[in-house]
Design a binder for this molecule. Structure first.
Ligand SMILES: Cc1cc2nc3c(=O)[nH]c(=O)nc-3n(C[C@H](O)[C@H](O)[C@H](O)COP(=O)(O)O)c2cc1C
Length: 461
């Protein structure tokens, strides 16, 4: 990847380009936007992981505008390239763009291969060059604020994550927590749960739990090999079964082991390793030293649920200690707890790098889109902070929601098969009808469904 400073030394153009972060070119409220490629576009793809090719791009830029289409041989067969070609009148996902009428260059930093940012080219018909710079995911480089789907056991399986990605492509998605012991031993069920849609689910973070450093090390290698963008370590689960075996929240009382787990996870992988934890065991006194220890051990980001272990899910999440923590650590900090709408997210984010949403998505996956949009508007300097944001879910009729609900069912069947997929969908279906007229009748029917057709018939009756 071209680091900004190094790039600036090599070519001022790149430095110039790098200053333009995504929002600068994205007209608020108009996304996603269809691209129609201008005729003379040349697409160059550079894999920044391969230094020689990056240099080639830099040289090409120095040489001016008269060079031919240059497509790196090794990326010709790259799935991302194929995807881009097949998206000629679709949307192009990109992370950063810049163009001037003089240079007629469009530069796109493209985080491989997430589809987080939709980019409009139609306003730039004079462009004759497009440079795509592929980047690996990193917490430092990913555009802020992060909007993360919280890891939730029994909820954030492939179908849930894919649904959320369709509604809000920028979302950073996490798996349910998976046992490092199970991954280490190659347990069939867990290996299946590691599967994800490599086209749609990026950035894709695998959350793990455990207590054996050796198993974290080997699990991390497996996770990296299968193409995940990052690994997250669970140090916050309060479930009795988890804590009694010294996993999850129990690590809050064992800072030394917690650090060793981070070190072991990082040891042989290059993808980032983050930690999700709580404010503390029964008070917040150790939050900062505990997290500083994790960062010293190599943690690349922290997500904090604003409750202690003792607090379980009771009371209100307290975000103030998270804001204080942010001032005291060098890595990105994500706040989590009780966000149910875009207004909450905008009000709570404070000095943090991102927000994480869990239960607020139940029956309302659209909330992720609302939150992303609210942050986009905010960075475009619209006055969203004072305006009341109206949740999408409030503006949609139930009929308008039905196609999304059906799509969720179809994804569940695709990922888990007919029987298990539909069984697991029943709970989601109950959430989707919550609060509507005749909800209890509908729920009674929906909790027995066995096929997508049945759902369709019940909902459209
Ligand atoms: C059903 C359910 C399952 C959860 N499973 C996990 C998990 O696997 N890993 C984890 O770190 N947190 C888990 N959590 C906690 C959430 O990630 C999140 O921290 C918590 O729900 C607070 O955020 P919220 O108020 O936005 O829901 C779970 C929460 C729920 C409700």
């Amino acid at each position: 990847m071209i680091k900004k400073d190094a790039a600036a030394m090599m070519n001022p153009m790149i430095a110039h380009v790098s200053r333009f972060l995504p929002d600068s070119l994205l007209p608020p409220g108009k996304l996603p936007i269809t691209i129609s490629y201008p005729e003379k576009i040349i697409i160059i793809m550079a894999n920044p992981a391969e230094k020689a090719k990056t240099n080639l791009i830099v040289c090409a830029m120095k040489a001016g505008m008269h060079w031919p289409a240059l497509i790196m041989p090794s990326v010709k067969s790259h799935p991302t390239l194929l995807r881009l070609e097949s998206m000629s009148e679709g949307v192009l996902a990109a992370a950063c763009a810049f163009a001037t009428s003089k240079e007629r260059i469009l530069f796109i930093r493209y985080m491989l291969p997430h589809h987080g940012f939709r980019l409009c080219l139609s306003g730039f018909t004079k462009l004759n060059i497009v440079i795509l710079q592929l980047m690996k995911f990193s917490w430092d480089a990913y555009p802020r604020p992060f909007v993360c789907l919280a890891p939730m056991a029994g909820v954030t399986d492939g179908s849930y994550r894919q649904l959320i990605k369709k509604l809000a492509p920028e979302t950073i998605v996490y798996t349910e927590f998976l046992s490092t012991d199970a991954i280490h031993y190659g347990a069939k069920k867990t290996m299946k749960e590691l599967e994800f849609d490599k086209e749609e689910e990026h950035p894709f973070i695998v959350q793990v739990f455990g207590k054996e450093p050796e198993h974290f090390l080997s699990a991390a290698k497996v996770i990296e090999e299968m193409g995940a963008d990052g690994i997250d370590i669970n140090m916050g689960c309060p479930a009795a079964k988890v804590v009694s075996s010294c996993h999850g929240s129990a690590l809050l009382k064992n800072a030394d082991l917690a650090k060793r787990l981070v070190e072991a996870t990082k040891k042989e992988v290059s993808i980032p390793v983050s930690v999700k934890t709580r404010l503390g065991w029964d008070n917040i006194d150790d939050l900062i030293p505990f997290c500083q220890g994790l960062v010293d051990a190599g943690a690349d980001a922290l997500a904090i649920h604003g409750r202690t272990y003792e607090g379980k899910f009771g009371g209100e999440a307290d975000w103030n200690p998270i804001y204080d923590l942010k001032e005291r650590v060098s890595v990105p900090v994500i706040g989590n707890g009780d966000i149910t709408c875009a207004q909450d997210a905008v009000e709570k984010i404070g000095n943090l790098d991102g927000v994480m949403i869990g239960r607020g998505t139940f029956g309302n996956p659209w909330v992720m889109k609302d939150i992303t949009e609210a942050f986009r508007l905010r960075s475009a300097k619209c006055k969203v902070q004072s305006a009341k944001l109206i949740p999408t879910v409030d503006t949609m009729t139930f009929e308008e929601k039905i196609p999304f609900i059906i799509e969720h069912c179809e994804l569940a069947v695709k990922v888990k098969g007919q029987k298990r997929g539909m069984l697991e969908m029943r709970r989601h279906l109950a959430s989707y009808v919550k609060g509507i007229d005749g909800a209890s009748d509908l729920r009674a029917q929906l909790v027995r469904v066995e096929s997508v057709e049945e759902v369709q018939n019940i909902l459209s009756a």
